[in-house]
Design a binder for this molecule. Sequence first.
Ligand code: AMP
Ligand code: MN
Ligand code: MN
Ligand code: MN
Length: 292
Amino acid sequence: MSILLNADLHCHSVVSDGTLTPEALAARAHANGVALWALTDHDEIGGQHRAAAAAHALGMDYLTGTEISVTFADTTVHIVGLGFDPDNAQLAQGLAATRGGRSERAQEMAQQLAHVGIRGAFEGALRYAGNPELISRTHFARFLVETGVCHDTSEVFRRFLTEGNPGYVPHRWATLGNAVRWIREAGGMAVIAHPARYRFTANEEYALFSEFKQHGGQGVEVVTGSHTPSEYPVYAAMAQEFGMAASRGSDFHSPNESHTDLGALPDLPGQLTPVWELLSDRILRAPRTTAG
Ligand code: AMP
Ligand code: MN
Ligand code: MN
Ligand code: MN
């Protein structure tokens, strides 16, 4: 498969913090010309069978996906898993354990917001959560926009819910080693999500890439809606330095919030190995209709 394939291997549905169903995302991806798609809900694979069925009904190839929350060097890092067996028990258990504690964390976030005069945030955020086990900062952000506290979700993350601001509750997610192992042992490939988003020193970033590789991680997102175009060549060079495959995905969450639509990204820089080349035998191919 060509590096020029319109692959979108990162987005979110109502099963985590997106606003569209897996079926609506599949339709939107297909309408935008996506040929290979993956739904990567945070710490959840509950939408995988629906997503694959919807993709196949539209003639789109599908890779299973998830985005695991990891704590590394006291920072939250996201690891995307692609092409795993969606019925693998160890992966399901690991993700369930990673989801655990979100409700308590959300209660604490709401308490902090109450101290600065914002009442009812837990119940308010929960109304936006399609999956109560996955209540996230995004759902709080939607509540704060709806109630007029902020104009948009980026203002929320500038003023609230982030380190040093009201509503920030530190949390310990999965370890890097476990996240990579769950994905690999389920037959999939682990990919570092949006590396430019982490506020790492050069040394910390180097440690993330080398430890990730030692654990068996194989890919890195280069072209993503969470990077600026000037960051693409930086992580293209990192992929080459570490001998890693490159991934491409919009990180689409919602038509109202996401500035990068499904399938609307530049191609990967040409010298890289795309993750879909290494995953070719894990792709769930759409049934081809033979011309009669
Ligand atoms: P959580 O897993 O509850 O910590 O929530 C993390 C989610 O919040 C991410 O997956 C994004 O969807 C969203 N998020 C984090 N930072 C920002 C930001 N600066 N602007 C918009 N959304 C953000
Ligand atoms: Mn998200
Ligand atoms: Mn992420
Ligand atoms: Mn994401």
